[in-house]
Design a protein around this ligand. Structure first.
Ligand code: HEC
Length: 145
C-alpha cells in the first residue's frame, strides 16, 4: 500500500515537472466557445436561451445591455460571470463571443468590445439585488432602443 502510494506521488511529481517545463502549457487557454460549454452552457443552454422560470434568456438582452455603462457593469458582475474561475482576459473574450454568437439582436458597429481592464475593474465590486438590477436595466436599455 505504502509503496504504491509513493509510486503515485512520484508519478505526479514527475508529471508536474514535465508539464511545467513544456513551453505551451503557460500560454494555453481555451477558445471562448469551449469556455462557454464548460462553464456556462449547463445553465444557459447551448444557444443562451436559458431555462424557463430559472435562467432567463440572454438572446435579447446581451446587445442592449452592452450598449449602456451600467448594463456592461451588470454583464460582468452577474454571479455566473464574475464568480467563474475564468481570468479577466478569458471573461472579456467570452462576453464578446457571446454578444456576437448568442444574440438575436445584431451588434451595432458602434458596440465596444470588453477588454481585460474593463472586466477587471467591474469584477472588483459585488452586485447585490441581481434580479432587481436586471429589471431596472432592461427598462433603461429598452427605452433607449
Ligand atoms: C448555475 C447556473 C448558471 C451558470 C453556471 C451560469 N449562469 Fe449566467 N445566469 C444565471 C442566472 C440564473 C442568471 C439571471 C441573473 C441571476 O439571477 O443571477 C444569469 C445571468 C447571466 C447574464 C446576464 C444576462 C441577462 O439577461 O440577465 C450573463 C451575461 C451571464 N449570466 C453570464 C454567464 C457566464 C459568462 C457564465 C459562465 C462563465 C454563466 N453565466 C454561468 C445562471 C447561471
Amino acid at each position: 500500500m505504502a509503496s504504491s502510494h509513493l509510486c503515485a506521488l512520484r508519478l505526479r511529481v514527475v508529471l508536474t515537472v514535465v508539464l511545467a517545463s513544456l513551453p505551451w502549457t503557460k500560454a494555453f487557454a481555451y477558445e471562448p466557445q469551449v469556455n462557454f460549454a464548460l462553464h456556462c452552457m449547463g445553465c444557459h443552454t447551448p444557444d443562451g436561451s436559458g431555462v424557463e422560470g430559472r435562467v432567463p434568456s440572454m438572446r435579447d438582452t446581451l446587445v442592449p445591455l452592452s450598449a449602456i455603462p451600467d448594463g456592461r457593469r451588470y454583464l460582468v458582475q452577474v454571479p455566473g460571470s464574475s464568480q467563474s474561475t475564468l481570468s479577466d482576459a478569458e471573461l472579456a473574450e467570452l462576453l464578446n463571443w457571446m454578444i456576437h454568437n448568442l444574440s438575436n439582436v445584431r451588434p451595432p458597429p458602434s458596440l465596444i468590445s470588453f477588454t481585460t481592464s474593463e472586466v477587471g475593474a467591474y469584477r472588483k465590486e459585488t452586485l447585490s439585488q441581481v434580479r432587481a438590477t436586471r429589471e431596472r436595466l432592461l427598462q433603461t436599455a429598452g427605452s433607449k432602443r
